[in-house]
Write a protein that binds this ligand. Structure first.
Ligand SMILES: NC(=O)c1ccc[n+]([C@@H]2O[C@H](COP(=O)([O-])OP(=O)(O)OC[C@H]3O[C@@H](n4cnc5c(N)ncnc54)[C@H](OP(=O)(O)O)[C@@H]3O)[C@@H](O)[C@H]2O)c1
Length: 344
């Protein structure tokens, strides 16, 4: 079978598209034929070597897999060969840790493409408890845009941010893979959403997926705009995918006692802020990382109900992983690009 592997950390040309041995599923495992895999900014960071200092090479990146059941290991019930499935984008390696919540705190927790072998491959072997049936009716390309973005959006917006109907929520980079889904999760919960973008094209897109207020930060200051939008109160919740020099302003934009959810660091991992901006008005800064299987299941139900739509930008053959990493590293994506392991 074909996979696109990396044998060291490095640039966009580090990938080697090659033949590797096809796994055979162990008892309790399922062999998934990967029909499409989403490309996350995290994959690019891991490839560069900025997330972990060491990996066991050769390594397969990727956490988003939509596919079908190719083979069942001994003792696996409840799935049929040929059935469409989605791989849970993060799960415990040991069955004993299955009930640990949040799942990310389980001692044996692993993210495909980081701690364990990932999705840039034609087949992957996963425990049967780490797949869910794909009953969305979407194409595999569309489904592959969802696992990470959808489940982590549900975790951050519904779980950690506790967004509810009537809330006014600020979500950064509304045309990004994560932001575009976070907007739709917040809308599905009945909230009003403001979002930031940096181009008119992305502003148009963010409006089209339901953002109530779109702020182009090339033209306007988002703190001022959010203050106006909330009659001076500030947002109930801010989902901050950016960190860097943006997060201190997210703290400014949230209301007294409100919540800023630290979700990502697309604008840089180091943040400097005055601690008084948090404790005088009793604001909350909370981290959100990965998701639980319940987040994915809830999210997929919203997709099935038509409340959340996948945002597929373009599909490329798996061999072009390096090119796609370069595109996403430069922000040249609206929603998600996907790789197709069976396209030539
Ligand atoms: N906590 C979790 O569980 C979790 C899960 C998934 C992702 N993440 C993190 O969330 C972040 C976004 O991931 P993603 O996959 O959604 O990325 P993505 O689709 O590649 O989007 C990143 C966006 O960030 C914006 N951006 C980049 N640099 C910026 C800057 N200096 N100032 C303002 N905006 C900037 C750009 O949007 P515009 O051009 O529109 O401004 C870009 O499109 C990453 O740090 C990722 O690691 C966290």
């Amino acid at each position: 079978m074909k996979a696109n592997v990396i044998k060291s950390f490095g640039g966009f040309d580090t990938f080697e598209y090659q033949e590797i041995e096809k796994p055979s599923p162990k008892p309790g495992y399922v062999l998934v034929k990967v029909l499409a895999t989403g490309v996350n900014l995290l994959d690019h960071y891991i490839r560069e070597g900025t997330i972990v200092p060491e990996l066991s090479f050769p390594h397969i990146l990727g956490a988003d897999a939509a596919g079908e059941v190719a083979e069942l290991g001994e003792g696996v019930n409840g799935f049929n060969v040929g059935e469409r499935v989605i791989v849970v984008p993060g799960f415990p390696g040991n069955k004993e840790d299955l009930d640990v919540r949040p799942t990310v705190t389980a001692p044996s927790f692993g993210l495909p493409g980081l701690h364990i072998s990932g999705t840039y491959t034609q087949y992957m072997e996963v425990p049967a408890y780490a797949i869910v049936k794909d009953e969305t009716g979407l194409t595999a390309e569309e489904s592959a845009t969802l696992p990470v973005a959808l489940s982590t959006a549900v975790h951050a917006v519904k779980g950690i941010g506790e967004v509810k109907a009537g809330d006014k929520v600020l979500i950064h980079s509304g045309a990004s893979g994560s932001g575009a889904i976070q907007i739709q999760v917040a809308k599905a919960l009945g909230a009003q959403v403001a979002t930031t973008v940096r181009s008119d094209e992305k502003a148009k897109f963010a409006k089209s997926i339901g953002a109530d207020l779109v702020i182009n930060t090339n033209n306007d200051d988002f703190v001022t705009k959010v203050q106006e939008w909330t009659d001076g109160a500030g947002a109930d919740v801010v989902i901050d995918n950016l960190a860097g020099d943006i997060l201190p302003k997210s703290i400014e934009a949230v209301k007294a006692t409100g919540v800023v959810v630290a979700f990502g660091f697309a604008a840089g991992p180091e943040v400097k802020f005055d601690i008084r901006s948090i404790f005088f008005a009793q604001k909350n800064l909370k981290g959100s990382m990965a998701s639980d299987i319940e987040d994915l299941t809830w999210g997929l139900e919203q997709v099935k109900a038509g409340k959340i739509k996948p945002v597929l930008d373009k599909a490329f053959p798996l061999s072009q992983a390096g090119k796609v990493h370069e595109l996403i590293s430069k922000g040249k994506v609206v929603g998600r690009h996907v790789l197709l392991p069976w396209a030539v």
